[in-house]
Design a protein around this ligand. Sequence first.
Ligand code: UDP
Ligand code: MG
Length: 340
Amino acid sequence: MSRPLLTAVIPCHNEAEVLPLLHARLGAALDQLDADGRILYVDDGSTDGTTGALLALATADPRVGVIVLSRNFGKEAALTAGLDHAVGDAVVVLDADLQDPPELIPELFARFREGHDVVYGVRRSRAGESWLKRATASAFYRTIGRLSRTPVPADTGDFRLLSRRALDALKGLRERHRFMKGLFGWVGFRQIGVPYDRAPRAAGRTKWNYWKLWNFALEGITSFSAAPLKVATYVGVLTALAAFAYGVWIVVKTLLWGDPVAGYPSLMTVILFLGGIQLIALGLIGEYLGRLYEESKQRPLYLIDRATVPRGGGDGAMSARDRRCAAKESVPVPDSLPID
Ligand code: UDP
Ligand code: MG
């Protein structure tokens, strides 16, 4: 490999405040590499001027490309849009809010040059996060670690570098419900973690709250494990066995001692208990069925409103190699897009 090409992919939703700082730090980090750096920002339906700021960056800096989605599709879809259109020998994914320090990119890149395909950042500390967030995160990683057969490394977000072949493999996974950490793990190849200290958000506000995080956890578990369905079966079997034993006991008791009609409280308890279990099991099936329904509609993961491609290094033109890399892409972009 001569001088490799690395693209940084960054999903942005209402990040206008942090963009100038992000771009400066990211640009500096890419300059340090023994590689050509490109930056692909994905604007995920921002409403705060992020779009304009990104397009201005693309005009000013030939290394920058921008994909503007037609509305807010969520971080996973925005990330997918970026990854689908990233060119080069490797891509690095990071958040816009500088929680993933661009200064770590040279280290990720060094691991890539050693021959690793997926180099992910592992959070050594989580500054600016409450103990509740940390405790729930740790419980989540333990649960998913037990339930899923795909390895999902703990304390690892989307911050990572992917080689071209890992990226191409990932692009083959087109499911609608995208639990990215699981998908990254699923592709396999040579993976390695690099520890880093996670900073608090540089500016702006997180788009996550506990309800969203809970749904995110459900997403992860249902996308990568059918264990809850099995648990429902086993709970059903156990309850049925217990009910049978109890039934036998009632018959024996009545035969031996006779029994005036009694037991309304126990009857109610049993009925309510069984009703509860049945509803939980139905809800579980519903979770999976709902996902199957979404999947069966086969809608695109995102729609692009407009896009610009990086024009290349210092000369301001798209380099011959960029063009080659773009041509190799299976997705019919950038040529078929309205390019500004
Ligand atoms: N993001 C996005 N679309 C969304 C929500 C978030 O592209 O609908 C981006 C956001 O701009 C940021 C990254 O995803 O770059 C992570 O979001 P955030 O910092 O809010 O999440 P947290 O770090 O709190 O988990
Ligand atoms: Mg963040």
